[in-house]
Design a protein around this ligand. Structure first.
Ligand SMILES: [Zn+2]
Length: 95
């Protein structure tokens, strides 16, 4: 390792951290870009949740009908909890 000049050291460390942050950000953006086509956000899933739950209750094939919502529910615990509460209350209302 090369010895750094004392005055330069703090700056370099900050720069390195910044570069790391930028790199992390870049890979995050790439990840989002990559997955965008087949994934929806929580608010979108939430909007479709009623429809999705209805389809489930009708015994329809949600993997075929609403694969994005199904996929999101498999990935996202928050929305899955929301869905399970909704499903339970709709089932209770049916009985
Ligand atoms: Zn979600």
């Amino acid at each position: 390792m090369m010895r750094m000049m004392p005055l330069m050291a703090p700056f370099s460390a900050r720069m390195r951290r910044m570069l790391k942050d930028i790199q992390r950000l870049k890979s995050m953006v790439e990840m989002i870009d990559h997955t965008q086509e087949q994934e929806i956000a929580c608010d979108e899933a939430f909007h479709l949740l009623d429809e999705f739950t209805d389809a489930v209750l009708r015994g329809e094939d949600t993997a075929e009908l609403m694969p994005l919502v199904k996929h999101h529910l498999a990935m996202c615990m928050d929305c899955r909890e929301e869905y399970e509460v909704l499903l339970k209350s709709l089932k209770a209302a049916q009985d």
